[in-house]
Design a protein around this ligand. Structure first.
Ligand SMILES: Nc1ncnc2c1ncn2[C@@H]1O[C@H](COP(=O)(O)OP(=O)(O)OP(=O)(O)O)[C@@H](O)[C@H]1O
Ligand SMILES: N[C@@H](CCO)C(=O)O
Length: 328
């Protein structure tokens, strides 16, 4: 459940008034999501049809200094025809405000649902939507360093300690050491960079049938290698949740969809096997850390790190060396 902060009815009405979207009709906490508190609001201006919004209150995990990057990016992408929600600015024109010391943003509600078992058609649309974001963000003037890159994975996994990792799986410390070394030595240089979403899991994509109606949760977005974002999306979409089953059809459709909008260069394709191992390490590291550091009585259940250890094993296996090779 993700409503960490209570906002009373009067305060909620005052917040809605500050964003100048009319009269508050209803407000409901949203259970999904783990990082921030979210509410679904309905408000009505005069005789207009009532409209729905998402109110997000940023909790500790989001650095307020990064908010202009995240929120301006949404506006830039929406203005360039990408399926992302616009932000509602307040009466002073600001994209976020503060309530009792915490930052708040009001975001357009988009229809659609997150799929749990994607079809190839849906994967193709997601690939195309990701490529569209990459192209549209090329004219976005702001930059943000990836604070969730190799150095951070190293730090998180070091904090877990060898013993801790081996409690998750007896081979994990050895595998992690091997992978961190090969990623450090082999990290690709000179590939095209730009704004990446960096967390495009099915729960961050809203769909109606095969149409992508919303890409959401840009709170890890940053400037990094574009093909790394393809690798993250591949790791997130092409396996069963627990990482035991890889779906080659979804993989093919996702890459085809991406390339229908932004073809990958030979260098990017050649780097994908390593970038996919990197993507698996990214989520293995945060999940292993959370697995070991989430108190038992916490509101959220930590996600299984082994699901990404299995993906890592899959991507590192010699049998799958040609997974990203261009098909004849
Ligand atoms: N613009 C939107 N339109 C419709 N629904 C939305 C929108 N933004 C968020 N939601 C809903 O709110 C839920 C939580 O949002 P979000 O994933 O951004 O939260 P979070 O706590 O930042 O997430 P995470 O757990 O991925 O860090 C989503 O799963 C979705 O159901
Ligand atoms: N999408 C991530 C959580 C947010 O970083 C995961 O599934 O581990």
């Amino acid at each position: 459940m993700a409503v960490y902060t209570r906002i009373g009815a009067e305060d909620m009405a005052a917040i809605v008034d500050a964003f100048d979207v009319g009269t508050l009709l209803s407000a409901k906490g949203i259970a999904e999501g783990v990082s921030n508190s979210n509410w679904l609001l309905e408000a009505q201006r005069g005789e207009d049809e009532p409209r729905r919004y998402i109110l997000t209150m940023y909790e500790e995990r989001t650095d307020v200094e990064d908010l202009p990057f995240f929120l301006d990016l949404l506006d830039h992408l929406a203005a360039n025809d990408c399926p992302v929600p616009r932000t509602i600015h307040d009466r002073e024109g600001a994209s976020h405000r503060f309530h009792e010391g915490k930052a708040l943003a009001l975001i357009e509600f988009l229809p659609g649902v997150s799929v749990s078992e994607p079809t190839p058609g849906q994967a193709r649309s997601v690939g195309a939507a990701l490529a569209k974001v990459h192209l549209a963000a090329a004219s976005f003037p702001q930059r943000r360093t990836n604070t969730m890159g190799l150095a951070r994975w190293n730090q998180l996994l070091t904090d877990c300690g060898e013993e801790g990792l081996n409690l998750i799986h007896p081979e994990l410390a050895r595998i992690v050491k091997r992978e961190l070394t090969s990623l450090t030595l082999g990290w690709p240089l000179g590939l095209p960079e730009g704004v990446v979403h960096a967390d495009l899991f099915p729960d961050n994509v809203l769909m109606l049938g095969e149409e992508v109606t919303g890409l959401i949760d840009f709170y890890f977005a940053c400037t990094d290698i574009l093909a790394y974002d393809v690798a993250v999306t591949h790791a997130a979409w092409c396996f069963s949740d627990d990482g035991t089953r890889f779906d080659p059809e979804i993989s093919r459709a996702l890459l085809e969809g991406y390339e229908s909008v932004r073809p990958l260069s030979d260098e990017e394709r050649a780097a994908l096997p390593l970038l996919a191992r990197a993507a698996a390490m990214r989520f293995l590291s945060t999940r292993a850390y959370d697995w070991m550091n989430t108190p038992e009585d916490a509101l959220v259940t930590p996600k299984d790190p082994l699901a990404f250890a299995r993906r890592l094993d899959f991507y590192a296996s010699a049998e799958n060396r040609d997974l990203f090779a261009k098909e004849a």
